[in-house]
Ligand binder design. Sequence first.
Ligand SMILES: [Zn+2]
Length: 178
Amino acid sequence: MSPYEHFFWNYAFFFRKPWAWKVGVGGLLPDLVYGIAFLPKLFFYRSFMEWMHDPLWDTLWNSLMARSVHSLVVWGVSLSLLWIIANRATFNHIYPFIIGWGLHILFDAFTHVSDGYAIFYPLSGIQFRAPISYWERAFHAREYFLISHTVMAVLILLWIGWKLKRFLKRSPKISSGP
Ligand SMILES: [Zn+2]
């Protein structure tokens, strides 16, 4: 799915936790491979589909870097290494980012079809193909976009309402004093 959706859903799952933003940011990390490479070209596409059909996608998608960061095996090894090497405080500080990275791999597994990743790379090269794609119209991309963005909009409104309620509940204490 697209980077902002990764951030959104990762954050949404942990929205009550003060470190939810770390899980959100962790969800952005794997796609930095694409983000950095596309950044200088991004403003020169005439349409979304022209961008989606740039051969650079394939080059990056096939790269060792993109394969590695979209592998649950590499993810699991990284998490284990961090747990072994880092002290308790450092581990606690960093692991929400790693959780976000892992969720990115899982969400991608359900939203990519022809460009699905081998999630057990390098142990297995078998590509994971979901029934729905976030960008391929032949695989319900339009419907996916509509549903995903409607749900996100509703959740954002609920979240604002929840924040407002908490804020209003808290504010009388400030005015009530001796
Ligand atoms: Zn991705």
